[in-house]
Design a protein around this ligand. Structure first.
Ligand code: KDG
Ligand code: MG
Length: 402
């Protein structure tokens, strides 16, 4: 089955998405998500200028060979731009293979290991009361797991607290907006949120929290300890993970489970954290970690060390990524949880999909392929809008991790 054409579709139904469409001489096509928040056009160019010309005429069935060709053949390995492009090609090729077989993708990945995929939603508010009211809304909708983020007293804005409660979108300006951060009041207030949450929401719901790379290792260790009484499902991105050894220090001090990896793009980023059992959940997902092929390698390594998956699923990962991730989640033995920040109605209309939510779990559906399509006419009505992720400064002006 020969690849006859491939092209990139950039659309912005409320936020930017980059999609790769690969067509074959047998009339089958496949779709892959290539969205890299705030850097969308770099991946579009990488695909259009460097990858697509080398794909034409290749056998669409040789997924692993094409993965190796793009990864090793580029010489410049890894990095988010390269790997988002590799991911998009890989996802589109798996989509084609499953359509050719007439099967939902999860069947090609070994079949279902479970009946549905537990997801977590995002509850946030300026105050603890507001956050808990949002969390109650998620419980009413049947969610089994909820991430809680609340405003830090004295700070104008806080990561994860948004005006639009359902569709948190951090890329809010053409150029980066600037946030101000102070660790001490955050460290003092975060445990209060979870104490109140356990009192109000009870103990049956899984609670999660994202520190978004803002703490030093010893600060993260302190927070992990302070949160222990509230039995979190996980504490995410406690400290930046470029230095994986930093997690040894956190691990020595706390039994709060740790999750890392939404910014990783390769198994090598995750290797030390997994092999030294410094984390409990690996957050990498289809669009940034080398597609289904790359992610399966990471999950297999993680399984050896008792580390579970917890795929990133924020609004900036398109429904195509979500659909593909759900097939992976359903089929992988060491699944943990899937993040599910719903998309807007406009986005869902551009990307019709087979996945469905029921009683706190998502199922990818039974459509052949990954089950997500694109309405190209509708997509064309939403041209690209330049958007950047924010930056973060300490109160004295020093640039800090965002
Ligand atoms: O593009 C950045 C977002 O995807 C990120 O800030 C969301 O941290 C995030 C999460 O856990 O969903
Ligand atoms: Mg995160």
């Amino acid at each position: 089955m020969k690849i006859t054409s491939a092209r990139v579709i950039v659309t912005s139904p409320g936020r930017n998405f980059v999609t790769l469409k690969i067509e074959t001489d047998q009339g089958l096509y496949g779709l892959g998500d290539a969205t890299l928040n705030g850097r969308e056009l770099s991946v579009a160019s990488y695909l259009t200028d460097h990858v697509i010309p080398t794909l034409i005429g290749r056998d669409a069935q040789r997924i692993e060979d094409i993965w190796q060709y793009l990864y090793k053949g580029a010489y410049w390995r890894r990095g988010p731009v390269t790997m988002s492009a590799v991911s998009a090609v890989d996802t589109a090729l798996w989509d084609i293979k499953a359509k050719q077989a007439g099967l939902p993708l999860y069947q090609l990945l070994g079949g279902a290991c479970r009946d549905g995929v537990m997801v977590y939603g995002h509850a946030n508010g300026e105050t603890i009361d507001e956050t808990l009211a949002e969390a109650q809304g998620y419980l009413d909708r049947g969610y089994l797991a909820i991430r809680l983020q609340t405003g830090v007293p004295g700070l104008k804005s806080t990561y994860g607290v948004s005006g639009d409660k359902m569709f948190y979108e951090p890329a809010d300006g053409a150029n980066p907006t600037e946030h101000v951060w102070a660790t001490a009041p955050y460290q003092r207030s975060a445990p209060d949120l979870f104490a109140a949450a356990r009192q109000n929401l009870g103990w049956d719901v899984h609670l999660l929290h994202d520190a978004h790379h803002r703490l030093t290792p010893i600060e993260a260790a302190r927070l992990g300890k302070d949160l222990e009484p509230y039995r979190l499902f996980w504490l995410e991105d406690a400290t930046p993970a470029e230095n994986p050894e930093a997690f040894r220090l956190i691990r020595r001090h706390t039994t709060t489970p740790l999750a890392v990896g939404e910014v990783f793009n390769s198994i090598h980023d995750a290797r030390t954290l997994i092999q030294e059992q410094l984390i409990d959940y690996i957050r990498s997902t289809v669009v940034h970690a080398g597609g289904i092929t790359g992610l399966r390698r990471i999950a297999s390594l993680a399984d050896l060390y008792g580390v579970k998956t917890g795929c990133h699923g924020a609004t900036d990962l398109s429904p195509i990524c979500m659909g593909a991730a759900l097939h992976f989640d359903l089929s992988v033995p060491n699944f943990g949880v899937q993040e599910y920040m719903r998309h807007s109605e406009a986005t869902d209309a551009v990307f019709p999909h087979a996945y469905r939510f029921d009683a706190g779990r998502l199922h990818p559906g039974e459509a052949p392929g990954h089950g997500v399509d694109i309405d190209e006419d509708l997509a064309a009505q939403y041209p690209y809008e330049r958007r950047s992720l924010p930056v973060n400064r300490l109160e004295d002006g020093t640039i800090h991790d965002w």
